[in-house]
Write a new protein. Structure first.
Length: 431
């Protein structure tokens, strides 16, 4: 099935990585299944209590009878319990295959505790983005066999991390290069206006990293690069592996698989979204973000300027203080003014009207169809399509006619528009 392997933590993996998606979109079921098929499955560590009713109940009973700092401490404690459960359950599903990683956002206030818990629970790797992970070697010093994987977007970031880490006697085990013009969720650029800058081009980053590695005396294969953002066809996987990448990472495509830990309605929102339904905005974390224009996001963006004008310092609405810096809590008028923890939790539960649904910009490998992880990985690695879809969609996936990604996107948009016209945008089934 595969001629090129991704070597991480002493294991030979297929070169397909499942990206971390929170809150709770990539938990034990998805990450464990990807690892079972010899890939790297990634659990998103933020606020995993939402998958555990007993932990939610433990917090709910504290409201009205405990101080804010006690509730915050309790939330952080149960989230560590939830992360431990998720890592162990994922490892059970994997059955010794593949690799289980935990994604920790540097921007999260509890990132150090989450890293330590992931290591203690048996994670094979820590992936860190949403900020420069300069302290990751110190946080994992007691776990030398845990692979460390920063998420960066340009060669300047790669050079900085390599030089800082080398002074500490450590190199990353791999680096994810995430293109902010294509990825979903929080994006690796300072401003929305910067998303399409040439410095993020995979070709440019790969070429510049070869020069950086040579200048630092690092062998090209010693710190493999994994490209992320916009990958949705077998031909793209083959192309970037031939160009020198050691692997590819996908997020949205895995979010809509049968084994994704999200609610079925979450998957339908992502799968049915048309290109014009996807928007960029500034998150409360101060980072550009990309998501589906569901009813809540559409309304929020129409009121964003007015909300920013009224920004003021306030207590965390959820009693969590999940982010080190939060536009809503800290009264930072130039960035987002909503509770991201609340909105992502609503999306996880399939609340189409009120949730925030992060999504990448590009088409999905199987259009609006929800398929198993095994079929997605097989297609990405070999180009082999499942028995369904067939006909027109199979032609689109094969990239026929030489039209490339632009024609594919237009075809997908037309097909999804027809579905939306007949069923209504983001119409989902009743439970």
């Amino acid at each position: 099935m595969n001629e090129q392997w991704l070597t991480l933590a002493g294991r030979r993996l297929v070169p397909v990585v499942q990206g971390g998606m929170g809150i709770g979109i990539s938990a034990h079921r998805l990450a464990g299944t990807v690892a079972k098929h010899n890939g790297m499955g990634t659990i998103a560590s933020i606020d995993l209590r939402h998958h555990h009713p007993d932990l939610l109940a433990r917090i709910d009973c504290m409201h009205g009878s405990h101080a804010a700092h006690e509730i915050k401490a309790a939330i952080e404690a149960v989230n560590l319990i939830a992360l431990d459960r998720e890592v162990r359950a994922a490892r059970s599903i994997a059955g010794g295959n593949g690799l289980i990683a935990v994604n920790v956002m540097k921007a999260v206030s509890a990132h150090a505790a989450l890293v330590r818990q992931a290591c203690e629970s048996g994670a094979d790797a820590i992936v860190m983005g949403a900020g420069l992970p300069l302290d990751l070697p110190e946080l994992t010093a007691g776990y030398p066999h845990v692979a460390l994987i920063p998420i960066l977007s340009d060669s300047r970031g790669v050079s900085l991390v390599l030089r800082k880490w080398m002074k500490k006697g450590r190199l990353p085990d791999a680096i994810v290069i995430e293109h902010p013009a294509h990825a979903g969720g929080h994006l690796g650029a300072s401003r929305i206006e910067d998303l399409g800058e040439a410095r993020f081009s995979f070709d440019r980053v790969l070429d510049e990293c070869r020069e950086i590695y040579a200048a630092l005396g690092i062998e090209w294969t010693r710190v493999p690069l994994i490209v992320a953002g916009g990958i949705h066809r077998h031909e793209q996987v083959r192309h970037w592996l031939d160009k020198g990448a050691a692997g590819v990472q996908l997020g949205t495509a895995f979010a809509v698989t049968e084994e994704s830990d999200a609610h079925p309605d979450f998957k339908e929102v992502l799968a049915r979204a048309r290109p014009e339904d996807i928007a960029e905005f500034t998150s409360v974390a101060g980072l550009p973000a990309r998501a589906v224009l569901t009813p809540w996001l559409t309304k929020y963006l129409s009121r964003e300027t007015a909300l920013q004008a009224k920004a003021k310092v306030r207590q965390c609405l959820e009693g969590f203080d999940c982010l080190q810096a939060c536009g809503l809590r800290d009264g930072v008028a130039r960035i987002g003014q909503f509770c991201i923890d609340l909105k992502l939790a609503q999306a996880l539960r399939g609340d189409v009207a009120r949730g925030l649904f992060f999504r990448g910009r590009d088409p999905l490998p199987f259009g609006e169809r929800i398929r198993p992880v095994a079929e997605l990985m097989r297609y990405l690695l070999t180009g082999e399509l499942p028995a369904e879809p067939a006909g027109e969609l199979a032609g689109e996936l094969a990239g026929g006619g030489g039209g490339g990604v632009a024609d594919e996107a237009r075809s997908a948009a037309m097909r999804l528009s027809k579905n939306a016209a007949s069923a209504g945008s983001f119409t989902v089934r009743s439970n």
